[in-house]
Design a protein around this ligand. Structure first.
Ligand code: NAG
Ligand code: NAG
Ligand code: NAG
Ligand code: NAG
Ligand code: NAG
Ligand code: NAG
Ligand code: NAG
Length: 274
């Protein structure tokens, strides 16, 4: 069920040229800043500060060493229930289900693993799980997605000892060879998570664009506010998996924007939270 939604655009930054190419090559020089869990207003710790990367490691790419962008973060300032990797108590899986994404077909993981290093001291770990567009059917819909391709999420939790923020880092990609698969995978998911009535205009997004809206599932209503930020990811095709097919004409394979989601539980099981 979808309820109210709203949208607004941030200021257009005209002179913005981001040259964060290959952040993992220049990272690691500084020792990671010590981070307390649930530190006041810590949304997430920047992976590069701890020797990590906003690109995943993909096995057997051609040429070798390509990665996929981690283009969405669920802020650690979200309600802590949403940051728990569980279907219960309004947790992360229930949240995904509130906007028609669900766990993989019959619990089977299909496709390759990808590694991510969130700079939290855990090094590269394979994704915690893959979550797929469920075609409106929480139980069996992801079987269709697995067969037909479609929008999917790989996620990792930033919970290592060096940067235990609890934020959820997500790599969104739309399977099948469509141009712009990462940007579109991100924006179609954000469009659903904020209950937009029309598709988010990817080419018009800038640092500071915001969207918000509410979704519900299984007795929980979530209010999600999204802020697009630049500077975490490169705005170029360098090192990006499938860059040959993803780049749209002269634009790069990714636009360098990361959607930072702040998720609050508005009501649970019919009761308004204090
Ligand atoms: C945390 O951020 C909110 C708004 O995002 C602000 O109102 C509040 O003052 C901040 N708290 C601290 C401790 O910085
Ligand atoms: C990730 O998965 C691959 C298999 O796809 C496996 O070879 C590798 O050891 C895994 N890495 C970690 C850190 O578990
Ligand atoms: C999303 O799931 C809800 C039930 O949670 C359903 O009512 C709705 O039709 C689904 N939307 C789409 C586009 O599949
Ligand atoms: C919701 O996701 C579906 C499947 O990826 C997509 O077709 C649809 O356009 C999305 N809706 C919005 C508003 O982005
Ligand atoms: C990405 O870089 C191109 C120029 O290479 C620029 O036109 C575009 O506005 C940039 N996008 C963002 C979101 O910064
Ligand atoms: C993005 O916008 C924020 C808030 O206005 C600003 O502090 C930041 O410097 C901007 N980032 C870039 C890379 O322009
Ligand atoms: C790329 O450019 C061609 C020629 O200008 C145009 O026909 C096509 O629609 C463009 N593709 C996309 C995905 O924008």
């Amino acid at each position: 069920m979808r309820t109210h939604s709203s949208r607004s655009h941030g200021v257009l930054f005209t002179c913005m040229v981001i040259t964060l190419s290959m952040p993992f090559l220049v990272s690691g020089a500084r020792p990671p800043a010590p981070v307390q869990r649930r530190q006041a207003n810590l949304s997430y710790s920047i992976p590069m500060d701890g020797g990590g990367s906003m690109l995943t490691q993909v096995q057997d790419t051609y040429p070798p060493g390509l990665g996929e962008p981690i283009n969405v973060i669920i802020s650690a300032n979200s309600d802590s229930a949403v940051l728990q990797n569980t279907v219960n108590n309004g947790g992360l899986i229930n949240y995904y289900q509130s906007f028609n994404f669900s766990t993989e077909c019959l619990g089977q993981h299909s496709g390759d693993n990808q590694g991510a290093n969130l700079g939290d001291g855990n090094g590269y770990l394979n994704q915690t799980a893959v979550i797929r567009w469920d075609y409106g059917n929480v139980q069996l819909g992801t079987c269709e997605e697995t067969l037909e391709g479609g929008d999917h999420i790989r996620y990792w939790i930033q919970n290592g000892a060096d940067a235990n923020s609890g934020a959820i880092f997500m790599a969104l990609s739309y399977e099948m060879p469509i141009a712009g698969r990462y940007n579109l995978g991100r924006d179609w998911m954000i469009g659903n998570a904020t209950a937009q009535s029309s598709i988010i205009p990817t080419s018009k997004l800038t640092n500071g664009s915001t969207y918000s809206g509410s979704t519900s599932f299984n007795g929980y209503t979530y209010h999600t506010t999204v802020n697009y930020v630049s500077g975490l990811l490169q705005n170029s095709s360098v090192g990006i998996n499938h860059y040959q097919t993803v780049a749209v004409n002269d634009t790069s394979a990714i636009d360098g924007l990361v959607a930072v989601m702040m998720v609050k539980i508005a009501t649970r099981r019919g009761h308004i939270d204090p």
